[in-house]
Design a protein around this ligand. Sequence first.
Ligand SMILES: [Zn+2]
Length: 275
Amino acid sequence: MRISKRFLIAAVIIVFAAAISFKIFLDSIYRLPVLMYHSIDYTSDRKDRMTVPPDVFAKQMKYLSDKRYNVIPLEKAVEYIEREERPPRNTVAITIDDGYANNYTYVYPVLKRYHIPATIFIIVNMVGEEGFLNWDKIKEMSDSGVIDIESHTISHTWLTGLDDARLRSELMDSKRILEGGVGKEIKYLCYPMGAYNEHVKSAVKAAGYKAAFATKPTRLSPNYDICEIKRVRISPAANNLFVFVIKISGYHSFLRVIQNDYKDIPYLLWKRKSL
Ligand SMILES: [Zn+2]
């Protein structure tokens, strides 16, 4: 009887310690999910990984609304990241890159319906071009309070290959022109093609941006650098609600890094077998 009591106490302690360790582990790999969309449209190209169909987008926003996700403006997300603070459960932020015209047709009405805030990163040179938003629509969305407009540079080029004058122009002129267009301060930058280095990051800070957004996470990505905030791409694969739920969990970045690290294993095993 005594032994079994001791055994019980030991078992409780072990389970308790395991639960605490697991919680610490989960906290260490958690990242506030900043979702990244591009074009929201119907497409027949099955290889197109950037375009999400409008009905899928609407279904995803309805899910966030029905399940009472805490969808926060980008500004709040940056605050959490800067303070290295974990947000409340089920917190998500939404960004949409490039400024496609379909954002007005298929994104804006859905976000208004569910009162979901989102940020659109605009490429200044593409404003008013075929397939892209014009200034009237950008201003209307910005004035609504639902959409926050931010910069995706002037020409959507690789910032890492530019001389200093051109880099400054991509960062400062896009900020100034967008501020003139929407009448609000432009605070955030999104790196074209996700390309940046330390030099680009310091130029971003010098140009007056408060934070900058990248794309894919890697093992070396710091969690709390506000000049390289990683995002979770929502591709057509997230059409499957299960995939979408994983992507908005806060643990997707960790799973992606693991997936990248081990993606060659099936190939190596196969190669070994065939030798
Ligand atoms: Zn882009």
